[in-house]
Design a protein around this ligand. Sequence first.
Ligand SMILES: [Zn+2]
Length: 306
Amino acid sequence: MKTLDFYFKDSIKNHYCLGAYNFVNMEVLKGICMGSAKTNSPCLTSVSEGAFKYMGEEFVLNLFKSAKNEFNIPLFLHLDHGKSFEMCKKAVDLGFDSVMIDGSSLPFEENVALTKKVVDYAHKKGVFVEAELGVLKGVEDLVSADKNIYTKKEEAKKFVEETGCDTLAVAIGTSHGAYKFKGKAELRFDILSGIENELKNYPLVLHGASSVPQKYVEIINSHGGKLAGAKGVDDELLHEACTKHNIFKINTDTDLRLAYFSALRANLDEQPENIDLRKFNTLAIEEIANYVAYKNEHVFNCANKA
Ligand SMILES: [Zn+2]
């Protein structure tokens, strides 16, 4: 089975990226894996600190272990937005494949110090580290900010050299959550190219890059939901980031929530007599699987890279 660091290089060389999909229960994880298996794609299954607390470590580890046994594709367990050394250490000790230390809200030098501490610990145990520089607007789980601060290319180079982090999340205009933009989203590919010139062939990461498919928003709203004005990043822009830039991984959380809830809300309305959870969840799992397969094949360009 191919390793995660194989994909650091191969994704850049061959112009694709890996989806990092967040899961919060067995159903979402199963949908992610079914979709990735359908396109024969590698994939990172991510757990945020909030999801980690919600499921508990035994469930996280055993759900992931079960998924790895059931699906014959490269699956990696990733900690999304670890906010402290202790949280990252815990994930490393539990055997995660990679951890993100998010010190992006700290002053530069403090972010460097925290990230380096995590890198030193994780690398001894063969675990990869993602860091973040720059600030994304929006709300995601336990993370929130009210304005964008784009990543500066000179700082990116210095940061990677000083910390030794394996991948770096950059801020180029994406945003966390379902309410990303008032008008059309713009990604600052000029800023991204500048960073790539400083960090040659280095794997970069995009957060806050859900597309917020309007078909899901409409279904949810027509079945009692209230998601007025929800907007995301166009798939064409994400495809360009994957295929023309050194983006190794794109995070997707909001879209999976939308896929899940569009299936759930529509079917709760259509089957008012049903109280068998499996019937609802089967449809939600299928919707997530279809969405992940679409994303892998048409946006991330990672079909048949397993
Ligand atoms: Zn994020």
